[in-house]
Design a protein around this ligand. Structure first.
Ligand SMILES: *Cc1c(COP(=O)(O)O)cnc(C)c1O
Length: 393
């Protein structure tokens, strides 16, 4: 970050620092974790199975497999899709590094296509331009919770016989023309990391329509051991297990699911609260020298995971990094989602990517600031964020 910022009078005191992406944990979560602890069933067990069923019911998905992260979910989905070394996966440069890393861990080759400047999502025309004879999959990210152009992307996947894996880390509540995100392609991968719309601490989930793929994912997530290996910990006596593939240690724990079980019923109520906060921000910032998120596209539902402002350095007479420092000096937590993937040295070194190759993602990544949007924000918190943004700009 650039020079440290001093503000004359911080909007909030240091003791009341407003944490960015703070989860809401209530008594029910705490009691459920204590219940697991008292029963001494900490690892994968009945609560994970129930969390899988209840999440699938929320999403209207036929099959669901819980994992310990969305990164694990993406990695195993790419493996379960049968991709081989040399196979190319097209994804967005405006995402968390985990999206690209999962492709690499699965042994495939990531190929970036730039985003649409307004929606910040993969531009289907640029995806089409990035196709090669080795393209095997598309991995769209529903950025900030706004659905990608799924008509165009699913049409492209069908025409070119490509696997589609959706990164739904921001997109639990996302719908496109009435359909739940995560169910358009072959696999939908969700995150329950602490800052996401619901949390299990660390956690992830794959939704799929294919029963055999779900079984394969489950097997790969637990050492490659044959189906339902966790039952060997039950009271029915010792059971032999067979290792049938080279798997991973990616299973979710009951301790994690215990938290998630009580977050699930609050998804809609929390989404409604974030919509209120979103509208308050939209009203308050309309006349400031910043670009607000574009309105949602017709017949879609935005999951409202991130509220992003694009700082206009010329008009605001302030750089993005100065904006970040000033908000922090007001004791309000902020985030950057994201510096584009090609800004990072590892990818530059490994693939020769340059930010300039993906100008929309580069520009957004260098100008964007995410301000707090948790459902747990009080009206006073929201007023403080608004006061701070107005005073900084
Ligand atoms: C958070 C996030 C991930 C990774 O999720 P984890 O559960 O932390 O592994 C992947 N993709 C995007 C877009 C994310 O925001």
């Amino acid at each position: 970050m650039s020079k440290p910022s001093t503000v004359v009078r911080p909007v909030r005191s240091k003791e009341r620092f407003l944490v960015f992406g703070r989860p809401t944990i209530e008594d029910a979560e705490i009691a459920e974790v204590v219940d697991s602890l008292k029963k001494c069933w900490l690892g994968t067990g009945p609560k994970v199975a129930r969390f899988e069923r209840e999440f699938a019911a929320y999403a209207g998905a036929p099959h669901s497999v819980a994992m310990h992260s969305c990164t694990a979910a993406l990695h195993l989905s790419i493996l379960a899709a049968g991709l081989k070394p040399g196979d190319e996966v097209i994804t967005t440069p405006l995402t968390f590094c985990a999206t690209v890393n999962a492709i690499l861990h699965a042994g495939a080759t990531p190929v970036l296509a730039d985003v649409d400047r307004k929606t910040m999502n993969l531009d289907p025309e640029r995806v089409e331009a990035a196709l090669t004879p080795r393209t095997r999959a598309i991995l769209p990210v529903h950025f900030a919770g706004r659905p990608c152009d799924m008509d165009a992307l699913t049409d492209l996947a069908r025409r070119k016989q490509l696997v589609m894996i959706e990164d739904c880390a921001h997109a639990i509540e996302t719908r496109y023309k009435g359909k739940q995100a995560g169910l358009f392609g072959d696999f939908g991968c969700f995150s329950f990391y602490a800052t996401k719309n619901i949390t299990t601490g660390e956690g992830g989930m794959v939704l799929t329509k294919d029963e055999s793929k779900a079984a394969q994912l489950k097997m790969l997530a637990l050492h490659g051991m044959s189906k339902d290996a966790w039952k060997r910990f039950s009271d029915d006596g010792y059971k032999h297990y067979s290792v049938v593939e080279l798997g991973f240690k990616y299973n979710m724990m009951d301790l994690q699911a215990a938290i998630g079980l009580h977050q699930l019923p609050r998804i809609e109520q929390w989404h409604a609260r974030r919509a209120e906060v979103w509208q308050a921000y939209d009203r308050a910032f309309a006349s400031l020298p910043v670009e607000r998120p574009a309105p949602p596209e017709p017949d879609t539902r935005h999951a409202l995971h991130l509220y992003t402002l694009l700082v206009d350095e010329g008009r605001a007479r302030l750089t993005r990094d100065e904006f970040l420092s000033a908000m922090t000096a007001h004791n309000i937590g902020v985030g950057v989602h994201y510096l584009s993937v090609p800004e990072h040295p590892f990818y530059q070194r490994t693939f020769g990517w340059k930010p300039e190759h993906f100008p929309n993602a580069m520009e957004i990544g260098r100008r964007t600031v995410s301000i707090p949007l948790s459902a747990g924000l009080s009206d006073e918190d929201v007023a403080d964020v608004i006061t701070a943004v107005k005073s900084v700009l």
